[in-house]
Design a protein around this ligand. Structure first.
Ligand SMILES: [Zn+2]
Length: 94
């Protein structure tokens, strides 16, 4: 069972959360993308083994979205932060 550190509520059981999707960096200039680039951005995802950033929603808590960095092999959580904010420093608070 994962303990997920909501940036606003603190550590909570994973059953309180809903997974959203991979937290991808949005294209800086969407109009510059080709159709193939858009297709890749919208529909194709890597399946990384290791660190992965994801959007999660705190359904049974604050009803907010946040970014979580989780190791897909060990499920160790490196940190969580509000969307658009900078990730916490390594070794810092989540
Ligand atoms: Zn919360």
């Amino acid at each position: 069972m994962l303990m997920i550190p909501c940036p606003w509520c603190g550590p909570r059981d994973e059953t309180e959360f809903v997974y959203g999707e991979a937290a991808l960096e949005r294209p800086a200039d969407p109009h510059a993308l080709s159709d193939a680039d858009w297709t890749d951005y919208l529909y194709f995802r890597d399946n990384p083994k290791g660190a992965h950033r994801e959007f999660w929603f705190h359904r049974a808590g604050c009803h907010r979205w946040f970014v979580l960095e989780r190791n897909t092999v060990t499920h160790a959580i490196a940190g969580a932060w509000p969307p658009g904010a900078a990730p916490p420093r390594e070794g810092g608070e989540a």
